[in-house]
Design a protein around this ligand. Structure first.
Ligand code: CDP
Ligand code: ZN
Length: 165
């Protein structure tokens, strides 16, 4: 049977990185002053990785690790906006536009609220989206588990894509 042409597509993304000294903390393309940063092959931008996977997931495409293998030296230290912009290009190519995005970053520290608007602006630029459809939230992990013990930072996101007319 032929694939159905869906008017809407929902996607979910999740990512987590270990925190370690000697790495920059980059979240949503914003360089956030902190004692530790995310361990990764790329720049370790947990939010951009999550949103990339949410969009790819909505489109039923291979995930970020399949499209950009961390064994490929090409992506060493890569700025993660490359991944998100490619997901946005694939979304456009598939005939969809971003309906809305809702993301939650889980970080015991640092306080992210002062950076939220800069992060949102970067996402709007990368996704060619209006600020009213991009929402970024932050939560602690109540000091428990690796997230709460400042050994990791995690992120969840959902997106809804809308079929272009
Ligand atoms: O109060 P509740 O347990 O729901 O949340 P929390 O984890 O204690 O976080 C309270 C508020 O702090 C959040 O709603 C965020 O606005 C803010 N927050 C932040 O700016 N940066 C973080 N890394 C964590 C939380
Ligand atoms: Zn990641």
């Amino acid at each position: 049977a032929e694939a159905p042409v869906l008017p809407y597509r929902v996607g979910h993304g999740f990512d987590l990185h270990r925190l370690a000294e000697g790495y920059k903390l980059i979240i949503g393309g914003v360089d956030i002053p902190h004692t530790k940063g995310c361990e990764a092959h790329s720049d370790g931008d947990v939010l951009l990785h999550t949103v990339t996977d949410a969009i790819l997931g909505a489109l039923c495409l291979p995930d970020i690790g399949q499209l950009f293998p961390d064994t490929d030296p090409k992506w060493k230290g890569a700025s993660s906006d490359i991944f998100l912009k490619e997901a946005a290009r694939l979304m456009d190519e598939a005939g969809y536009t971003l309906g809305n995005l809702d993301a939650t970053i889980i970080a015991q520290k640092p306080k992210l609220s002062p950076h939220k608007e800069n992060i949102r602006k970067n996402l709007c630029d990368m996704l060619h989206a209006h600020p009213s459809v991009i929402n970024i939230k932050a939560k602690t992990h109540e000091k428990v588990d690796s997230l709460g013990e400042e050994r990791s930072i995690g992120c969840h996101a959902v997106v809804m894509l809308i079929r272009k007319a």
